[in-house]
Structures are given as C-alpha cells and as structure tokens.
Design a protein around this ligand. Sequence first.
Ligand code: CO8
Length: 260
Amino acid sequence: TSSKVKVDLDNSSGIAVVKFQGPPVNSMGMDFLTEMAIGLDKLELDKNCRGIILTSAVPKVFSAGLDIMDMYGKTLEHYELFWRSVQDLWLKLYSSSKIMIAAINGASPAGGCLMALSCDYRILADNPRYKIGLNEAQLGIVAPFWFKDSMVNTVGYRIAEESIQFGVMYSPADALKIGLVDQVVPEDKVLSTAKEKMEKWFDIPDHARQISKSMMRKPTIDRMLANRETDIKNFVGFISKDSIQKSLEMYMAMLKMKKG
Ligand code: CO8
C-alpha cells in the first residue's frame, strides 16, 4: 500500500512538512483523509513541532479536492463515513495549535482550497494555471456552511458571496488581490518562502499565539460541532440524489474530455 501523505519533521527547526503524494491529482479520498488525520494527530502531540507546512509532491497540482469517486455510486454508509472523515480533517486543520502555512504549488480547487483556507498563511506559486477557489457550484454541488465560513473568514463576506455562487477559480494575481492568498512567489521559492515566513511566526510566544488563534477560530469551530450530525445528514441526502449523481457523472465526463 503506497502512502498518500509524507510527513517530515525537522527537529532542529521545529517545522514539519506535510507533503501530499497521491498522483495524479492528490484527491482527498478515504486513504488520504485517514493518513492526514493520523499525521496531524501525531504532530499536534509532538512538542518538537511548532509549525506545519502543507505542500504537494505532485507536479502542477496542490490537491484536486475531495475524491469525486467517493461521492459517486457508493452506499449511504460510505457517504456518511466519508463525510465524517472530511469534517474530521477540517476540524484538525482549522483548530490546530500549530502554525499552519500552505505552500500551494499547483491547482487548488474545492477541498484543496479548503485545506489552504484552514491554514494561518497561504503562499501560492506564480503560475497562471494554478487556480484556487471553491468551485463547487460549477459541479452542481454546494459548498457546505463550514467551507463558506472558512472563505468568509479569509476574504470577507461580499467577496465570498460572489465567489461561492459563481464557483470562481482565481488566478494567482486575483487570489492575491482578494486576499485568498497572502503571497505569490516564483514556483521554486514557494517552500523556502514558507520556511522563512514560519521563522517570523516563531518569534511570537506560542501560548499567546495559540490563545489568539483559538479566540479567532472558536466560533467557527463551535458552529461546525453544533451542526455536525445535521451536516452529515444533509450531505448524504444531497449526494445520493439522482440529479446530483447525474451532475457528478457529467462533470467527470467533462474532466476526461478536456484531457490532453
Ligand atoms: N476526484 C477524483 N478524480 C479526479 C479529481 C477528483 N477531485 N480531479 C481529477 N480527477 C481525475 C481525472 O478525472 C483524471 O482521471 P483519468 O486519468 O482517469 O482521466 C485524473 O484525475 C487527472 O486529471 P486531469 O487530467 O484533469 O489533470 P490535470 O493535471 O489536467 O488537472 C486539476 C488537474 C486542475 C486538478 C483538474 O483535474 C481538475 O480541475 N479537477 C477537478 C477538481 C474539482 O472540481 N474538484 C472538486 C471536488 S468536490 C470538493 O472538493 C468539495 C465537495 C463538497 C461537497 C458538497 C456536497 C454537498
């Protein structure tokens, strides 16, 4: 069994690099979600780790988001388990006490964008093909409220409102302009910039930073926890509808057609 995620903790710097390595597109299927959950739990408990960088080992793609195959033609039990795992990953990322930096070195739609939004700082490679955004509406599906909350918390209400309805995928220049990413740098500088930036965050006493982070994020996390079971029911009901299954089928056919 090949691993979809590689975790490298440098004990001398305190920086852990979490690399997605699930070709072709680092889609977030059950294996990915499980490995991420285990990796993040370990890092959370590790006193030697102060900061985490998320990045991709797959050329041109950060993550294609949730694995569409986990949302298509499966049982209701599968959808429930899958959705709980997606929620779980977001909760771990969004509430991490560590400094989280996204080193986005490729395309980052939907769930890929969500992982980036869950970080404290985002650096995107300067390549117009590397688009980022919550494009769910374009697939005929709806970004759940906690995806929306993560977006609102990053770019503000008005931009999120437009962004989510259209399912906009932003170029690096546009993503920078609306604050969806904090920095755009040449592709070969993404990881080194993330490490330099991390050192700046390390200057702040951890306890003060952690409490400040938690103060900012707690209402969003509490809202998710309070609505978790309803959100699962909604997802399972929605995704198992014939019309939605049909939309996903057409979207996948479109992905395959535009190939090459
Ligand atoms: N899941 C499963 N398979 C995928 C996915 C995915 N998300 N994305 C791509 N693939 C497959 C393609 O179908 C293709 O398969 P094959 O080789 O069999 O034809 C293979 O991966 C390679 O894809 P491409 O040829 O398209 O690769 P490129 O390098 O040209 O492009 C991209 C990479 C830009 C990432 C492109 O693949 C893409 O845009 N993918 C679609 C991404 C997307 O729309 N993801 C949305 C997933 S939904 C989500 O994350 C949140 C859902 C919230 C649910 C709410 C419901 C209530």
